[in-house]
Design a protein around this ligand. Structure first.
Ligand code: NAD
Length: 475
């Protein structure tokens, strides 16, 4: 018998304790080689003064076990509480969020009977860095950060995942027709990494039409990889259209740890009634078993679960008179699954995880990129209610050489020297200064002093660089 794998478990809030009991029952009956260390997280801790909903002893456990099976928690109403998931993902470097979304037609009602896709969402970057500023009375700004190493890690993860689970195609969604540098980098890295996987088809969609296509024809997709915000939205859509949010599990994977959970929340109104569907957490525990290299147990549980669904033994949320045979409670559902351990579904496709390769997600190291970086200008942002001509005049009255004011924009639209009188302006102007060749940072610092001394209200600056001679900033 193999050595038991130590895991951290949190019962969570609302329906959490019930669905965790159900999931652990099945894990135990299936012979999972796990040893459990329980921690308390969530509502109780938030309300007792822990702004992140987790205390030091739980961190100690997570650092030790590196595997977290987590039931949903309730975030108390009102401000000031940080998302526990965002905290854990950031602290443990869980860069990949993996969410398989399959339909189980005709046993669970869905408009998309042939859907079987996996969303792989980048988990650490993009707008989820949460870096925001109010810069003027009228304008707030959020910083979207996309990095090459971050994009490489998630794109490689997606292709490795596809190869490991015998999937044929990886689709990337971005908005690089607008966000040419940030989303453009993600798309570029996707193409570069994809070249290392000639056995796997790759395609790219612009996120808007791609999402429409996915919501309409999800069976056309296999593995989908995408930046954080788009992934957040699309993975909920994909789970919902597959049949029920109560069915999907997800994995958050990093190089130093992993967290497994249902995709739904703590459903407080269903708590304590033994009616919640424990399937999401059960399927999350299947993903956990794969992560800790127990594919035989994962296969047994997943097939027994499919068989239970197929036999029409359903919890209230998916029960319907046409295809369900018996309406059962949370624990009864778990018992029905454990009674079917060793069986396979007849109509739904059985799984077999024992033939796949082991999970091996070590990042191969970032590809070296161009290094010749030259500073050639600066964007100064001003808080101003002046007409743009007045602002331009005030700036031009100052000595700015070797930098020259070339353009003023308002929310990205040019308003000086060209522009349309119809353009609506807010109190947030960007003045672009360019030099004919490379400049020193001190040039920008001196200009900052002169602008501020003249009474202009500078709110932000952004340096403008060329990389290997190419201007690398939005035009
Ligand atoms: P929710 O997912 O809890 O509920 C949405 C709807 O789905 C409700 O009608 C609920 O009854 C139903 N539902 C959810 N899971 C179900 C299940 N297993 N079986 C049957 N029905 C189920 O979302 P919500 O109501 O927006 O949020 C409730 C609480 O959960 C909030 O405090 C929220 O912050 C928290 N939440 C936590 C997590 C997490 O811990 N990962 C994720 C999402 C929401």
């Amino acid at each position: 018998m193999s050595k038991k794998h130590l895991i951290t478990v949190a019962d969570g809030d609302g329906i959490g304790p019930e669905i965790m009991e159900a999931a652990l029952h099945v894990l135990q009956e299936a012979g999972a080689q796990i040893e459990i260390e329980k921690v308390v997280i969530g509502e109780k801790l938030y309300l007792s003064g822990h702004p992140t909903g987790i205390e030091e002893s739980a961190w100690d456990s997570l650092r030790k076990t590196k595997v977290f099976l987590k039931a949903p928690i309730t975030t108390p109403q009102g401000g000031g509480y940080r998302s526990l998931n965002v905290t854990i993902r950031g602290a443990l470097g869980l860069y990949a969020n993996v969410r398989p979304c399959a339909s189980y037609s005709p046993f669970v009602q869905t408009k998309h009977p042939n859907m079987d896709l996996v969303i792989i969402r980048e988990n650490e970057e993009d707008l989820y860095t949460g870096i925001e500023y109010q810069q003027t009375p009228e304008v707030c700004q959020a910083l979207k950060l996309i990095s090459r190493p971050g994009s490489e890690k998630i794109c490689r993860y997606a292709f490795e995942y596809a190869r490991r689970f015998g999937r044929k195609k990886v689709t990337c969604f971005t908005k690089d027709n607008i966000l040419k540098l940030s989303d453009g980098l993600f798309h570029k890295v996707f193409e570069e990494i994809g070249e290392e996987y000639p056995d796997i088809e790759k395609e790219h969609w612009i996120i808007d039409i791609g999402s429409a296509k996915l919501a309409d024809t999800p069976e056309a997709f296999d593995v989908v990889v995408l930046p954080n915000l788009y992934g957040d939205i699309l993975s909920d859509i994909a789970a919902q259209i597959s049949g029920s949010v109560g069915l999907a599990g997800s994995a958050n994977i990093g190089e130093k740890g992993a967290m497994f959970e249902a995709i739904h929340g703590s459903a407080p109104r269903r708590a304590g009634q033994n009616i919640a569907n424990p399937s999401g957490l059960m399927l999350a525990s299947v993903l956990m078993l794969l992560h800790i290299h127990q594919p035989d147990v994962a296969t047994r549980i997943h097939n027994a679960w499919l068989k239970t669904i197929e036999e029409g033994i359903h919890t209230n949320d998916i029960y319907n008179e046409k295809t369900s045979r018996e309406k059962v409670g949370t624990l009864e559902f778990a018992k029905a699954v454990s009674q079917r351990l060793g069986q396979k579904p007849d109509t739904l496709t059985a799984v077999n995880y024992e033939t796949g390769a082991k999970e091996e997600w070590a990042h191969h190291g970032s590809k070296p990129i161009s290094t010749k970086r030259e500073l050639i200008g600066v964007d100064f942002y001003f808080y101003s209610h002046d007409p743009v001509e007045t602002l331009a005049q005030k700036v031009q009255e100052l000595p700015t050489s070797p930098l020259k004011l070339t353009r003023i924009t308002n929310r990205g639209s040019e308003v000086w020297p060209a522009g349309f009188p119809e353009t609506f302006c807010v109190d947030h102007f960007r003045c672009r200064f360019l030099a004919d060749g490379p400049i020193k940072p001190q040039t920008i610092a001196s200009l900052y002093h002169r602008l501020a001394d003249s009474g202009l209200d500078v709110i932000q600056t952004a340096n403008l660089y060329t990389f290997d001679g190419h201007p690398s900033f939005s035009k």
